[in-house]
Design a protein around this ligand. Structure first.
Ligand code: ADP
Ligand code: MG
Length: 791
């Protein structure tokens, strides 16, 4: 760097080396030093960019680590720009044409202090500002005349303050009465507060200066004492004078409300937004192809961007929102679908055709039951995929017990029939073993060889199996992560099944895929995700849903109960009939150790008291893997009547004889999780029960738990859960990966999402992205880099 910045460079280097601790130098702290340097620069150039940096380093010492890093990034960036100046000097009168290259500090109405506050909201450039959409709007366009007010009306009025009084009432309440007048009459506003001293009362009064214009919104009340109308505790807005040009943005129209930090004034924000749009609206061009704009009556992007902030009327606001939501979702779907096509082409394979009397057909005939129509549909979709030259990438979603394993087996057989090997990977040893047992039972009679690969398998056994696998003598390998280890090599892997796919990382999945030269992949999940969410989350996969249970399955009877005597007597009845029960305790304060302790204590108590005649087993996350396996094995072999556990009862574990699932403190679980747990029972033709035990009295909680009593359909429950908790909590940390939307709402905008996906599919069929450069370069609704500083 140039001489001028040499000292700054050195200081920054030290500060970064010591992890942004605002290091203390000989005479002053790092931030003070930088501040004084920035001040010098500002004095010399008068460019506001230095003033913003002064703000940054004035606050540096009290900021979070992230904010400190950001401050330093910004500093470096500004200095670099200074050393390699663009051709033209940027000033307020000579702004770059491109809003994404214009720092907000150059926009009229935004000084360095406000720029700094905007930066804290993630707004750095004019472009960021325009894409900072209102959280909502308030309609001030319909202003009522005071003489027209009636009791019970929700109203907005505009008038002058005629008089103000602030006093303590007899019953010890502080009251402020403000009389507001317009050309038709007057009305009193009442504000209430705690009893206050004279000084405070005066201060409250002074907030309503006489003759100021005021806009008031609230509900009109009738005062029973004097029969006059009042508005109690209204929201209001004092306006200096009615003629202030600024106010055309703040009153008499539909005004935007932005999410702001407390120190940023909403009027300042509106003004800045307005100026910004005035400056740059002409640089906004359409991204969506014209034929779609016409077809769906969308607004031009420029118009949509103006209307979303300052709508002329509610109808235009709706159209603007729809246009922008459509654009956002269309782009996301287009990218996902394009990615899917690309992967499919890259993984081009040999088309498979199944024979009339081959393994697949014989297997289906040999099953002791008929496939449900949902299973048949899934099988057809899969077999159809296999006849194509593109690799299958399909996600099979189906409630627990809907019979996904049979479908997966048919897929594996289709591969084997065509001379390939199959692999099936599950997230836990219990699940892998269960799949293995099923496959052995079904496939050994057909002369096929199935192997099991677990982390815990002995070395000798492993090396024999690895030999069989690479020689091609083994047809299907089932296992856990052990399958993706380097020494596991296939002779000719073709069909890959990944069970509970969300429990594997992308890397793990692709590691298995890479073991094949012609991979076809079926991923499965028992966690139902509403279609629209699945489109976004797994938009790069084809989706098949099994939405039907095998015939003869009795719906699980679910009850919400508080009385433990009743619960225990139901358990005893079922055990007397030869069945078994689960009792699940929730995670306590996110600590598996505490939960394990609680469950251990409960198991002991139940064994010694209520269930002393029966055998109680215990399963929790603090047990070692082989201990867990052992407990599950014993429960499966009926050595326990009751299994007390924390939430580690694995998804997919199949103990057909268990008919009762008791969930303690059920209110602590999300609906989808309750549904997962409930799916541990009802896995045969026996009548099963799920008891939700909760002492909660909260109406919303009980309402939520009632959903479980009302339906056994995992998709309905998932929709409800998503609606109640929002996508973040619904998916949990493990599964997120949902793109951040600027304007779309995954729950409210499902119809638009379906439409956008449909149009994106059609677009890719008919057109090439190369002919639509705007669309091709668009990564999101706001297609330019969100954070100028991350560059
Ligand atoms: P999932 O993996 O979807 O939870 P499974 O494949 O484990 O479900 O199936 C649950 C049980 O239902 C298994 O015992 C399976 O043999 C049985 N099953 C699967 N399909 C049918 C069907 N069409 N009719 C009757 N039983 C079935
Ligand atoms: Mg399963």
């Amino acid at each position: 760097m140039e001489q001028r910045f040499e000292q700054i460079k050195q200081a920054v280097e030290v500060e970064v080396k010591y992890s942004y601790i605002n290091i203390q130098g000989k005479t002053q702290s790092f931030s003070k030093f930088i501040y004084s340097k920035m001040k010098e620069e500002y004095k010399n150039s008068k460019n506001p960019k230095w003033k913003i940096l002064m703000e940054y380093f004035d606050h540096y010492g009290t900021e979070s680590l992230i904010a400190r890093k950001r401050a330093i990034k910004r500093l470096i960036r500004v200095i670099k720009d200074e050393l390699n100046p663009k051709k033209e000097e940027v000033t307020e009168n000579n702004l770059p044409k491109n809003p994404s290259e214009t720092d907000v500090c150059y926009i009229k109405g935004i000084g360095p202090k406000i720029a700094y506050k905007l930066n804290k909201l993630g707004i750095f450039t004019a472009n960021d500002l325009m894409y900072y959409f209102p959280r909502k709007h308030i309609d001030y366009s319909n202003i009522d005349k005071i003489s027209n007010l009636k009791e019970g009306m929700t109203t907005t009025i505009l008038g002058y303050i005629k008089s103000t009084q602030a006093f303590n009432s007899k019953n010890g309440l502080g009251i402020c009465k403000v009389v507001v007048q317009d050309e038709t009459g007057s009305i009193t506003l009442n504000f209430f507060m705690a009893k206050a001293g004279r000084y405070l009362l005066e201060r409250v009064k002074s907030q309503f200066p006489k003759n100021s214009a005021i806009m008031v919104s609230g509900i009109v009340k009738l005062n029973s004492y004097d029969g006059k109308l009042t508005i109690d505790k209204p929201t209001y807005n004092i306006i200096e004078t009615l003629e202030d040009e600024n106010n055309s943005l703040n009153m008499g129209r539909i005004v935007p409300i932005y999410a702001l930090s407390e120190s940023l004034n909403i009027k300042t924000m509106r003004k800045a937004m307005f100026n910004c749009l005035e400056l740059f609206k002409n640089s906004i061009t359409n991204v969506i192809p014209d034929y779609l704009i016409k077809k769906h009556n969308l607004l031009d992007k420029k118009e949509a961007m103006c209307e979303i902030h300052f709508p002329q009327n509610m109808e235009m606001l709706e159209r603007a929102r729809f246009s922008l939501v459509f654009e956002e979702l269309f782009i996301i779907q287009l990218k996902l679908l394009e990615q899917r096509e690309k992967t499919k082409k890259e993984l081009a394979t040999v088309p498979l055709k199944i024979k009339e009397d081959g393994l697949v057909m014989n297997f289906i005939k040999s099953l002791p039951f008929e496939l449900t129509s949902a299973q048949k549909h899934a099988v057809n979709e899969i077999l159809n995929d296999l006849t194509k030259e593109e690799a299958m990438q399909r996600l099979l979603q189906g409630d627990v017990g809907s019979g996904k394993t049979v479908v997966a087996t048919i897929f594996l057989l289709a591969g084997v029939e065509s001379g390939y090997q199959g692999a099936m990977m599950a997230p836990t040893e219990i699940l892998a073993r269960q799949h293995y047992n099923n496959l052995v039972e079904w496939l050994t009679p057909m002369g096929l060889k199935v192997g099991l690969f677990l982390g815990s398998s002995g070395k000798k056994m492993r090396s024999v199996m690895e030999q069989d696998l690479i020689n091609g003598q083994m047809h299907i390998a089932v296992g856990t992560h052990a399958l993706i280890q380097n020494n596991v090599e296939f002779n000719n892997l073709g069909a890959i099944v990944i069970d509970e796919q969300h429990r594997f990382g992308v890397k793990q999945r692709s590691k298995l895929t890479k073991k094949s030269l012609a991979p076809q992949t079926l991923t499965m999940t028992a966690t139902p995700i509403p279609r629209t969410l699945a489109f976004t989350l797994h938009g790069d996969l084809d989706l098949t849903i099994i939405d039907e249970m095998p015939l003869g399955r009795k719906p699980i009877k679910t009850y919400l109960k508080t009385n433990h005597r009743e619960i225990y007597s139901l358990i005893k009845d079922e055990i007397k009939n030869g069945h078994q029960a689960y009792i699940v305790y929730p995670l306590i304060e996110e600590s598996e150790t505490l939960s394990a302790k609680a469950a251990t204590k409960e198991a002991k108590r139940l064994q010694e008291t209520v269930f002393s005649d029966y055998k109680v087993g215990l399963l929790h996350g603090k047990l070692k893997n082989d201990e867990k396996e052992e407990v599950m094995r014993k429960f499966k072999n009926k050595e326990y009547d009751i299994l007390v556990s924390t939430t580690v009862v694995e998804v997919g574990v199949d103990v057909k004889n268990a008919t009762v699932m008791v969930i303690e403190n059920a209110e602590r679980f999300g609906l989808s999780q309750l549904h997962q747990l409930r799916g541990r029972v009802g896995r045969s033709d026996l009548q099963s029960y799920c008891i939700l035990s909760s002492s909660s009295k909260q109406p919303e909680t009980l309402e939520r738990l009632k959903v479980m009593e009302e339906t056994n359909n995992g998709f309905i429950i998932a929709e409800k859960d998503l609606e109640l908790r929002g996508p973040g909590d619904f998916l949990g940390v493990r599964q997120s990966g949902l793109p951040e939307f600027l304007i779309a709402d995954i729950i409210k905008d499902t119809k638009t999402l379906e439409l956008a996906r449909y149009e994106a599919q059609n677009f890719l069929k008919e057109f090439s992205l190369d002919d639509y450069p705007n669309l091709k370069s668009a990564e999101s609704l706001n297609s330019t880099d969100k954070d100028l500083l991350s560059a």
